[in-house]
Design a protein around this ligand. Structure first.
Ligand SMILES: [Zn+2]
Length: 388
């Protein structure tokens, strides 16, 4: 059964051949959903007859958000750590150990409920594609468990056994790399699409990251890298060299890093919730865009350094503090995220794309930045099903 959504004041298609500007904006638009796909896109006056019909009432529609970076398989609470940071203590990668201990102690049912809760929370705000990672287990069994649970709630699952060196290997990081690239990878590769490394001081250096990403790639996992978040480092260059889908964070970049991102296929995924929640310097999106890099925006939803599932919040931060225009930020949160996940079926509104749509309680997508902190998601469709 086909359904037409008509009387859309402004439709973001992310396809310049369909409408105005880089967002391919269509005024007074209509979209026809047939099953789980988009069957037709155009102006309301030319919309074909359909079985059912929804009047958007002069409000805006855009593709569902594609959140390409989150850490939802966790247990425990880090409110006290956040509070301490806001009292002036610095953030380091070490706080991850707190979540590792709580996650190992949690039951499957508790972890499952947490993943389901935050995927649903994101969906209500318009996120229809969400990547999530392991990385709070750090044993063979706990990492494989995290991936199995994640895979029941998203089709974008990332093996992040190399989040930090497991506490048991604090004096033997080489031994931990052997574990990650050996038995842990054996157990985890069947449950994941991606392999990731936290390449940062206090986590894994460039040589260790290369070893782990290369081993993952040999098992069919495509690399993505936590790179250059807390300081300059080799992560971005390594990501581009290995053909990673994405280099995530990109907060501290040299000119050579920016050039590498601009010339390669690796997307620069920016996670402003992390800088917000650690009171750190924001990445310079303007510099990346002006150089010609592809930028994605993502929440980095995790209990330590960015406990938000809100893509609209990240869009508002990117516009206010990272030099992005509202158009660029909305593109990065939809089509940019799709690029970071190498998906062509999401992040755009066109015939044949998955019917993932967000109806805003606003006349334009610009309101996502213009009206920060306001719940603007009026309706959400995922694969043609109205889910919120
Ligand atoms: Zn992360």
């Amino acid at each position: 059964m086909a359904t037409a959504i008509t009387n859309i004041s402004s439709l973001v298609t992310n396809n310049p051949s369909l409408g105005r500007g880089p967002l391919g904006l269509i005024d007074d638009a209509a979209v026809v959903i047939d099953g789980d796909r988009i069957a037709w896109v155009g102006t309301t006056s030319k919309a074909p007859a359909t079985d059912s019909h929804i009047d958007a009432g002069g409000r805006a529609v855009l593709p569902g958000f594609v959140d390409s970076h989150s850490h939802l398989v966790f247990a425990g609470d880090r409110t006290a750590e956040f509070n301490a940071r806001m009292e002036g203590r610095a953030y380091s990668a070490g706080g991850i150990r707190t979540t590792v201990a709580a996650t190992r102690a949690a039951s499957d049912a508790e972890l499952e409920a947490t993943v389901a809760r935050y995927v649903a929370e994101a969906l209500r705000q318009g996120t229809t594609t969400m990547e999530t990672k392991s990385g709070y287990g750090l044993t063979v069994e706990d990492e494989a468990r995290a991936l199995r649970i994640a895979a029941r709630h998203t089709d974008e699952v990332t093996f992040l056994g190399a989040h930090i060196v497991a506490p048991e290997y604090a004096d033997d990081p080489a031994g931990y790399v052997d574990l990650v690239t050996g038995p842990m990878l054996d157990a985890c590769a069947p449950h994941a699409r991606w392999v990731d490394v936290f390449c940062e001081r206090g986590a894994f250096d460039g040589d260790q990251a290369r070893t782990i990403l290369t081993a993952g790639a040999a098992r069919g996992l495509t690399p993505r890298v936590h790179a250059n978040q807390l300081g300059p480092g080799p992560g971005v260059q390594l990501a581009v060299e290995l053909g990673a889908a994405s280099a995530d964070h990109c907060t501290h970049l040299t000119d050579a890093d920016v050039d590498a991102l601009a010339s390669g296929d690796t997307v620069a995924t920016l996670l402003p919730g992390a800088e917000f929640s650690t009171r750190a310097r924001y990445p310079d999106a303007r510099r990346l865009l002006d150089a010609g890099a592809t930028v994605a925006l993502s929440t980095d939803c995790n209990p330590g350094s960015s406990f938000t599932s809100s893509m609209p919040f990240c869009i508002a931060l990117a516009v206010r503090d990272m030099g992005m225009t509202p158009d660029e930020a909305v593109y990065a949160a939809t089509a940019g995220g799709a690029r970071a996940l190498r998906r062509t079926d999401v992040g755009r509104v066109a015939e044949g794309a998955r019917a993932d749509l967000l109806l805003l309680d606003a006349p334009s997508h610009v309101h996502l930045a213009y009206r920060p902190g306001v719940p603007l998601a009026s309706a959400v469709w995922r694969a043609g099903v109205k889910v919120a």
